[in-house]
Design a protein around this ligand. Structure first.
Ligand SMILES: Nc1ncnc2c1ncn2[C@@H]1O[C@H](COP(=O)(O)OP(=O)(O)OP(=O)(O)O)[C@@H](O)[C@H]1O
Length: 688
């Protein structure tokens, strides 16, 4: 029975599923073994990128060459010291040997510089190509997710952790570098070990010292907090009201969306007082989760800082002790002692580097695994196997051919699509409240309107028809076919929808698919960006302050030169001077364009409050256009307004509290004299 362990860390509650906790050695090796196929896949992908195989081979060669240079240099400096020692002892010098050693030292140092230069020159284009390739991989990982999956906080967190900086993702290249570093450091270590053994061959304590350095360095790894072991499953949350409020207030103060409210209501001093109060109350307890975890990990510090230092001085220490114990066994000259300590130290440093890298590779490897695993997060909205249709082998849930083709005859779409709800109930993910409760209706081809109070479930019906979510219970039929069995791409192609909470993309109006007269008045017409997807950058001096030379800081000239709009000229933050109603018209145009351009493939149009932000003339115009556009297509509206829309509707659903309470045409519902008739009466009276 898997157990969840609860720990309090400061203000935070940590919940850990202990069934994932393994002993450290198993944990350590599992990361490596699990990562092998993923790394192999990554290397294959990199090699298949244009020119990357050539660059990669050059890069590997350069690194391999660089890894043996330190041993060669070490061997030359050893020989140099021997020459000095024999010169001191015998008062003579072998000039030819000296020249060749000096020349060799010069050559090895030049080779080192040259190789460092070459590796930089090769790594830049290699890194850029790999980065471009993986930016497409990451884009796909994001764009393929459906609504409930994407909005799941756990999935959001995984995406954040796997792609902390979307544009800057150099993960794959870093992995290659880390792996190659391990290989080259191991070669360095082996070659230096060889030089060391050769140099210390005649010393009684030489091999012992070398062995000791190697062993100690290998076991001396930095400690990791157990939470950051790669296979653990945990979540941390805080319920501290003060902390939540302080974070909320910080966002209120920093997010541009709230500025208008803060200024207009003059609440800045109130917010400040509130924030100051809370921060004083929280004092040092306030902190994000990772701050608390690192405070908790403090005890590893002694081992981390003190011990490596001790280890680095170990050669000198041992030799000093040996000198006291057995003066006859230690090297006699200072030159020999220097040679031994220098070589041992260089060896130990390389060994340390190897240990550090083995630790970082575990981290890197698990990121490679994440890079591929995140791209496979299963979507919640799945195509179900249908009884009558031929099913594909469900190996790839993203296969666009999965499911039943719809419609079987494309020509039928021009006559519209029927929609039927059978005992449908629905709760939004993570919500306990029923947004729809046991709803049944049949909207035949034609024009239906869903009306009702705020929060009664109108928008939710449209979201279920477009299969953003699946019902918690019950069944939805599209032209008599279970919606879950229909091929998703076909379903989406045949439905065009305008949501109440529509969003316009941070792209040009053209890209948003726009068609309206006010666009001509915008400075760049259709090319006007609604919201700039790229931020402008400014130097750190605040506008209106004075710099160190006493000059007032004014950005207007650089702004003008760079053609950057300031907030005053109406556009650096938020949308570029487009009103709410105009935004809605752009969104409507998008829906219209889809229906006009792909007239044959769209059979169902869904409109959620399409005229909420429109002026009366624009609203009239909208319904005129809809009438012309509609032909025989099915249209389903959700609306608060009763009027022409409901009067001519083939079916009206009146909703209250997640249920359909009345159903019929306008005349039928008026005759019934229920809720619909009551509201109609209220709205009509407002015009008397
Ligand atoms: N994403 C969501 N997560 C959780 N609950 C939601 C979500 N969206 C809507 N709800 C809840 O579902 C219920 C129905 O909402 P819905 O948006 O369908 O109502 P509506 O009739 O369209 O309202 P309105 O007239 O205000 O647009 C409401 O109680 C709402 O709070």
């Amino acid at each position: 029975m898997p157990a969840v362990q609860h720990t309090r860390l400061g203000l935070w509650d940590l919940y850990e599923d202990t069934s994932y906790n393994h002993s450290p050695p198993r944990e350590f090796w599992a990361v490596y073994v699990h990562a092998v196929p993923f790394v192999w896949r990554m290397v294959c992908e990199i090699v298949s990128i244009r020119q990357c195989s050539f660059l990669l081979v050059c890069y590997v060669l350069v690194l391999l060459l660089s890894s043996v240079v330190p041993a060669i240099a070490l061997s030359y400096s050893g020989q140099l010291l021997s020459i000095v020692q024999s010169a001191v002892e015998h008062r003579s010098i072998d000039t030819r040997l000296l020249v060749s050693v000096v020349f060799g030292t010069f050559l090895s140092s030049s080779a080192n510089h040259l190789l460092v230069f070459a590796s930089r020159q090769i790594s830049r284009p290699l890194q850029k190509r790999i980065k471009l390739h993986y930016s497409v991989h990451i884009f796909r990982a994001f764009v393929r997710l459906d609504v409930p999956t994407f909005h799941d906080p756990a999935v959001q967190r995984q995406l954040e952790q796997s792609f902390p900086s979307y544009q800057q993702s150099t993960m794959a290249f870093t992995t290659i570098v880390v792996i190659l570093n391990i290989v080259t450091t191991a070669i360095q270590l082996a070659s230096q070990f060889f030089v060391l053994v050769r140099l210390l061959r005649d010393q009684t304590d030489g091999p012992l010292l070398a062995f000791l350095c190697f062993l100690l360095a290998f076991y001396q790894r930095p400690t990791t907090h157990k939470l950051f072991l790669k296979n653990r499953v945990w979540a941390a949350t805080t319920r501290n009201e003060d902390y939540l409020r302080s974070e909320g207030l910080k966002q209120v103060a920093s997010n541009p969306v709230h500025r208008q409210e803060i200024v207009a209501s003059g609440i800045a001093p109130f917010l400040l007082a509130q924030y100051r109060d809370i921060v004083t109350r929280l004092s040092t307890r306030a902190g994000d989760f990772y701050d608390v975890v690192f405070d908790d990990a403090g005890q590893g510090l002694f081992r981390l800082i003190l011990f490596p230092e001790l280890l680095r001085s170990l050669p000198e220490l041992i030799f000093a002790i040996r000198a006291v114990q057995q003066p006859a066994s230690i090297p006699l000259s200072l030159a020999s002692l220097t040679l031994i300590t220098q070589t041992s130290r260089s060896f130990a440093q390389t060994a340390f580097a190897l240990v550090d890298e083995t630790d970082s590779i575990a981290d890197t490897l698990s990121k490679v695994v994440q890079l591929y695993e995140v791209a496979k997060i299963p979507n919640r909205v799945k195509v179900a196997p249908s009884k009558n249709a031929e099913q594909h082998d469900i190996d790839d849930p993203d296969d666009p051919l999965l499911g039943r083709p719809f419609p079987e005859d494309q020509r039928t779409l021009q006559f519209g699509i029927s929609v039927e709800f059978r005992k449908v109930s629905f709760k939004y993910p993570g919500s306990e409240i029923c947004a729809l409760h046991n709803i049944s209706f049949k909207s035949k081809r034609g024009n239906s309107v869903i009306v009702g109070n705020n929060g009664s479930g109108k928008s939710t019906i449209l979201k279920l028809i477009s299969r953003l979510y699946d019902p918690t219970e019950g069944q939805i039929l599209i032209d008599g076919i279970d919606i879950k069995t229909i091929r998703l791409a076909d379903l989406r192609r045949s439905i065009s929808v305008l949501f109440q909470d529509y969003s316009l993309f941070p792209l040009s109006i053209k890209d948003n698919i726009g068609l309206d007269t006010f666009i001509e008045r915008l400075p760049d017409n259709y090319d006007t960006y609604l919201d700039r997807p790229v931020q402008d950058y400014y130097s750190g001096l605040p506008e209106g302050s004075t710099n160190a030379h006493g000059l007032p800081v004014d950005y207007s000239r650089v702004r003008e030169a760079a053609r950057i709009q300031s907030a005053e000229s109406g556009g650096s933050a938020g949308n570029r001077g487009v009103s709410g109603g105009q935004m809605q018209r752009i969104a409507l145009s998008r829906t219209f364009m889809r229906s006009v351009v792909s007239e044959e493939s769209v059979g169902l149009l869904l409109f959620d409050e399409p005229s909420a932000s429109l002026d009366p003339a624009a609203e009239h115009d909208l319904f005129e256009r809809l009438r012309k556009l509609r032909g025989n297509k099915t249209m389903i509206f959700s609306s608060h307004r009763f009027g022409n829309l409901t009067r001519h509707a083939d079916l009206i659903l009146y909703m209250d509290d997640s249920k359909v309470v009345e159903e019929g045409t306008h005349d039928q519902l008026i005759r019934k004299n229920g809720e619909y008739a009551h509201i109609w009466d209220l709205q009509a009276r407002a015009f008397l």
